[in-house]
Design a protein around this ligand. Structure first.
Ligand code: CAO
Length: 478
């Protein structure tokens, strides 16, 4: 045995000798190897982190988005440094400016929280002069982003063929409700996507109807998918030099976020889903993934439990995960040390049929403490739990303000408001959140400074009706 070990040691030595020989060889080829390691990139900047510009500096976006899905996408790109030029209908603008208004006459929070860091230009895209301005914008920009109803962009004359001919480098990014298929022509809003993407049928309690979630996974979720596609297309363009179409269907985006439920659909063919509390309750499974209440979507069972004050505070709850590695600590905390060795509780498979009664027992303990006390105590033992935070608590949370995830900005029409800053933090691309633009606030600036129209041309454009409201639009906006 000892001999064998010695032999293999020698082998290792021989191998490492060969390896060091290889290193010597590589060293001899130093200039070529260095060039390859650099991957054709410039020398690393010597500027301090955060002082070398922003990730998408120089990227120009022709932002034809409205409502939520598209604006979410372009706001993220703007947070990353892109110049977002939002084109809006004269006199009307993005419909959300006036929806769910809280301050009379001012842009709504619906609009202001989705359109920060952008510039606004009003153009009637169906007016001949408006079309001419748009052509200049298409030549100027890198990406056109839109989420009109199916066919609307084509009806404006902005077909892929026309755009690609006008600017072969332009990336055309679209959100639609559905991909090609029976529903491709349908208009879609958030909850339609949640329902058709598999989220609603798998959300809620088994005994109740399907449920939509408060998180806007159809709109904001798809906007996020689209932003990722745009960044990938921008990167590919650095090699190909040409633009491409980027398409994100809301149904697909929701399904991507609900993929664990499609996982469970396939598992059903092989037996019951033992981590669903339905299994422990002895209720048979049907042919499709059922609603699972507050069961965890992963392999570690969890549930929402009442905490001190639950009788009067609708958010006095905590999500509690009975993660297997900390099971013994949970037993000690809740006063059930005997469960550590009891064969009915000691191992995860034994616990699965008893989840309901186990969580009821843990709840007797959590009910004696506030959700924050439970959080503190459990974290000392590495037990994963999460308090149910109300929007009020989130708005007031200092750490979210400190990281720039919740930001207060000032607006000339409505005063100070809170918005969500960039949820994605880049160490070399700082994000300063700016207020949303007023309708057409930058029209003249863009016509003159970006598109090169002279002062007399701008006067002529103003007189043409291409950037000012027609009587009908004025009436609609009122
Ligand atoms: N100048 C002139 N006309 C303009 C214009 C401009 N600057 N901007 C928009 N318009 C016109 C469009 O050309 C369109 O006219 P046509 O119907 O004659 O072609 C019209 O305004 C309305 O556009 P729309 O159909 O997109 O808007 P809508 O309010 O009827 O529908 C929505 C809204 C969201 C259902 C639809 O746009 C849609 O399905 N979008 C794709 C999916 C999506 O993003 N949904 C998320 C919405 S957020 O919940």
């Amino acid at each position: 045995m000892a001999k064998k070990a010695k032999k293999s040691k020698t082998k290792v030595k021989a191998k490492s000798k060969a390896a060091s020989k290889k290193v010597v060889k590589l060293k001899a080829k130093k200039p070529a190897a260095t060039a390859k390691a650099g991957n054709g990139l410039p020398k690393p900047s010597s500027r301090p982190y955060g002082a070398a510009g922003k990730a998408l500096d120089g990227v120009k976006i022709l932002d034809f988005t409205h409502v939520q899905s598209g604006p979410t996408c372009t706001q993220l790109l703007a947070y990353m440094g892109a110049d977002c030029i939002k084109v809006e209908r004269p006199g009307v603008g993005d419909i959300t400016r006036g929806q769910l208004r809280d301050v009379k006459g001012a842009d709504s929070l619906y609009f202001t929280m989705l359109n920060g860091n952008k510039r606004s230009i009003t153009i009637d895209s169906k007016h001949p002069k408006g079309k001419e301005i748009l052509e200049r914008l298409i030549k100027h920009c890198d990406v056109l982003v839109e989420n009109f109803a199916p066919g609307a962009l084509d009806r404006m004359g902005l077909t892929w063929d026309y755009i690609h001919k006008t600017n072969p480098r332009m990336i055309v990014a679209s959100v639609k409700g559905f991909g090609p298929g029976p529903y491709e022509d349908c208009k879609v809003y958030e909850n339609v996507a949640q329902c058709t993407g598999g989220a609603a049928s798998t959300t809620g309690f088994r005994e109740g109807p399907p449920l939509v979630t408060g998180a806007q996974i159809g709109d904001s979720g798809t906007g996020l998918h689209l932003a990722f596609g745009i960044c990938a297309a921008l990167y590919q363009r650095t090699r190909t030099g040409r633009g491409q179409k980027v398409f994100a269907a809301m149904q697909d985006g929701v399904l991507n976020l609900a993929r664990v439920k499609l996982r469970d659909q396939q598992r059903l063919a092989h037996g019951p889903l033992t981590e669903y509390s339905q299994y422990g309750e002895g209720i048979p499974f049907g042919s499709a993934t059922p609603r699972a209440g507050n069961d965890s979507g992963g392999g570690q069972p969890g549930w929402i439990l009442k905490c001190k004050g639950w009788e009067s505070d609708p958010d006095a709850y905590i999500y509690f995960i009975t993660q297997a590695p900390v099971w013994e600590a949970i037993c000690d905390l809740i006063g059930k040390p005997e469960w550590k060795t009891d064969p009915d509780y000691a191992k995860p498979p034994a616990r699965l049929p008893r989840l309901k009664s186990i969580f009821a027992t843990i709840e007797e303990w959590t009910k004696t403490k506030t959700k924050f006390e439970v959080m503190d105590i459990c974290n000392q033992h590495d037990i994963p739990v999460g308090p149910i935070l109300s929007m009020k608590e989130i708005a007031e949370e200092k750490s979210l303000r400190d990281t720039g995830t919740v930001v207060e900005v000032d607006h000339p029409g409505r005063g100070k408001y809170l918005t969500v800053g960039n949820p994605i933090k880049l160490s070399d691309s700082p994000c300063e959140v700016a207020r949303s633009p007023l309708l057409g606030e930058h029209t003249e600036e863009i016509l003159g400074k970006v598109l090169g129209y002279s002062a007399s041309e701008i006067t002529e454009i103003k007189g043409s009706g291409a950037i000012t409201p027609q009587e009908k639009s004025r009436a609609e906006a009122a």
